[in-house]
Ligand binder design. Structure first.
Ligand code: NCD
Length: 360
């Protein structure tokens, strides 16, 4: 593919200018008829939407447990088809989107690399996406480039057949649907302690290149009294754009490289791995940063209601012996991804009323 980069990269008039605009000014472009159409940035979600989506995910989860409920769900969207275009490695995001589609009766096509598509012949990724739009009603994409999902949505929205684009991870930039499942997990885990409002959350690891912590940080503006502690090695500190956003919205945060000292003082700990794939030379990044790992002995130092999260995949960041502790929420967190993504798809295709009507 690399070989064709020069010839296929034609410029789209207006794109650069659009891309440079502040996100706040672009939000309307990704909405249609008063609701979300494309899901590109975490900044698109407000509190009302987040609360409604969590409630909807709970209902889908309940219905899916019974044969009659599962049948009802599968009859909601059999007239819709989805394309999963994942050209960057993925296990959870891909499978949870695929199964979310199955739950709602959508049929799914997939492409998990560019080596078997016409991109080998020099087709641009934008033309490839436009081709998908000819056959399906929804595109979920994951791409190593920041801004890729945004660009494809921008291109499609100017065609005769725009279909919603959901960002399943755009390089080190954003992962908005991961942020949705993280919020859903936090709200569920904090059910007995008053929900996410007022909680103290630590984010740990590679905060510079980790897209999950970036998207989740944006969502904090929707919650009252939340405070953040960024715990990272000096080289992986959270970037300034997020810190500026937090300051602008009055969300208190602190930064430290002393993980041990943070442990007893937070309500949730969100662990992340070092994102070596974005290094200019990944071979230079062999350091595992053990001071930023959660080990078995740390369990005695965190509060009894502390929620331990990780977007996964895990390497060394959490010792496997920790998994058995009830506060280890990451396996529940990954399953929550399927329910919340089903809720998101149901919302986009306006199927939520039929779901909620079952509980009226
Ligand atoms: C994350 C990602 O891809 O950004 N994984 C995921 O989607 N659950 C986190 C990671 O890869 O470290």
């Amino acid at each position: 593919m690399e070989r064709f980069a020069e010839t296929t990269r034609q410029t789209y008039e207006g794109w650069e200018e659009f891309y440079r605009k502040p996100v706040d000014e672009k939000l309307d472009f990704f909405r249609k008829d008063g609701r979300l159409f494309d899901v590109i940035f975490a900044q698109q979600f407000d509190r009302r939407f987040l609360d409604e989506l969590c409630r909807l995910a709970d209902k889908i989860r309940l219905l899916a447990k019974t044969k009659s409920g599962a049948l009802l769900l599968s009859r909601l969207l059999p007239h819709k088809r989805a394309m999963l275009y994942f050209v960057q490695p993925s296990t959870r995001t891909f499978l949870s989107f695929q199964n979310a589609c199955y739950l709602l009766g959508l049929r799914v096509s997939e492409s998990r690399g560019t080596s078997t598509s016409s991109e080998v012949k020099g087709e641009s990724p934008e033309d490839t996406i436009r081709t998908f739009a000819s056959y399906v009603d929804l595109i979920v994409c994951r791409h190593p480039e920041a801004g890729f999902a945004e660009k494809t949505a921008w291109v499609l929205n100017q065609t005769e057949r725009p279909v919603p684009v959901l960002n399943g991870g755009s390089g080190p930039d954003q992962h908005p649907t991961q942020a949705l499942l993280d919020i859903y997990t936090l709200e569920r885990e904090f059910q007995a302690t008053g929900g996410l409002d007022g909680k103290r959350i630590a984010m740990v690891g590679d905060l510079k290149r980790g897209r999950t912590v970036r998207s989740l940080s944006y969502l904090m503006k929707n919650y009252r009294g939340v405070s953040l502690t960024f715990v990272s090695p000096e080289v992986f500190r959270m970037k300034d754009d997020i810190k500026q956003f937090l300051r602008k919205h009055g969300i208190p945060f602190t930064e430290t490289d002393d993980f041990e000292s943070v442990l007893p003082h937070v309500d949730a700990i969100y662990m992340t791995r070092i994102q070596n794939e974005y290094a200019s030379d990944p071979r230079n990044e062999t350091e595992t940063y053990p001071d930023f790992h959660f080990r078995r002995e740390h369990l005695a130092r965190i509060s009894p209601h502390c929620v331990l999260m990780h977007p996964l995949p895990r390497r060394y960041e959490i010792e496997v012996a920790v998994d058995k502790d009830p506060r280890a929420a990451y396996w529940r967190q990954e399953r929550n991804g399927m329910w919340i993504r089903a809720a998101l798809i149901a919302h986009i295709f306006r199927a939520e009323e039929e779901i909620l009507a079952e509980f009226a």
